[in-house]
Design a protein around this ligand. Structure first.
Ligand code: KIV
Length: 279
């Protein structure tokens, strides 16, 4: 039985047990209605801090706050019955050290009901990941391109080519040894992500990391085609909901202007119809 057809919510141990098995299916979700759909088909609903850009129009994930993650995290937890909800720790909420990370991870879990958090960083985050996992906070790690470090990385580039490959491998081994139950590999070249997947005992979840990972994650709005002007190479569009929404809103605007919407069937009568007299 795959994790997504289990009768109880998926837990970190279930994800760990899927290493090398049927690929793990992960999508982001930020709201209850989308979480309900993701819950029907996915093993994990990730409340990614990408919500800052996707929902709030921020230029990067750096402006996302703990309160935003808690608000959206609660909303997603309400929509999920089976899929495990994982919540991103936002920029500035964990980097100072293990105690700060624990305090904020505990808030995320206690105030949303989610059973796990995700944080970005490899070797330099190993001590924090070990501290959290030893104290009841399951951690999904995130290495390769770590968007919260966009300003030090110098853009949203592929990470792990040439001389960088061994550093990414060392990051992967460090988060595994620290107790992470899985690791996201973002924009890591395919050969390297395959080597990492073989080397680790925890599942790798790829985004722009090729075919060999133990699972895949995408931003749900990207794969649904909700953005008409954003087409990264690693995203396949499984729908064109942006175009569908544009057409629907354009039709609505035209009908309102032409006074063809609302029609009589959308209106309420002033007087209730008289009841049939009793015979
Ligand atoms: O914030 C996010 O949505 C993520 C995924 C893209 C992995 O971290």
């Amino acid at each position: 039985m795959s994790a997504s057809t289990a009768l109880r919510p998926v837990l970190p141990a279930d994800i760990l047990a899927r290493k090398g098995g049927t690929p793990l299916v992960v999508l982001t979700a930020y709201t209850t209605p989308m979480a309900r759909i993701v819950d029907r088909h996915c093993d994990i609903a990730l409340v990614g801090d990408s919500l800052g850009m996707v929902l709030h129009g921020l230029p990067s994930t750096l402006g996302v706050t703990l309160d935003m993650m808690i608000l959206h995290g609660r909303s997603v937890v309400r929509g999920c019955q089976k899929a495990m909800v994982v919540i991103d720790m936002p920029f500035g909420s964990y980097e100072e050290g293990p105690a700060q990370a624990y305090r904020n991870a505990a808030r995320l879990m206690a105030e949303t009901g989610a059973p796990a958090v995700k944080l970005e960083g490899g070797q330099h985050m190993a001590e924090t990941i070990a501290f959290l996992t030893a104290r009841g906070v399951p951690v999904m790690a995130h290495i390769g391109l770590t968007p919260q470090a966009v300003n030090t990385l110098g853009g949203y580039k592929v990470v792990g080519r040439d001389g960088e490959a061994e550093k990414v491998m060392a990051d992967a081994r460090a988060v595994e040894a620290a107790g992470a139950f899985s690791v996201v590999l973002e924009k890591v070249p395919q050969g390297l992500s395959g080597r990492i997947t073989k080397a680790l005992s925890i599942p790798t979840i790829g985004i722009g990391a090729g075919v060999d990972c133990d699972g895949q994650v995408l931003v749900v709005d990207d794969m649904l085609g909700l953005f008409t002007d954003f087409r990264p190479k690693f995203v396949k569009r499984f729908g064109e909901l942006g175009l569908a929404a544009d057409e629907a809103i354009s039709a609505y605007a035209a009908e309102v202007r032409a006074r063809s919407f609302p029609a009589p069937e959308h209106a309420f009568a002033d007087v209730l119809p008289a009841k049939e007299p009793k015979t």
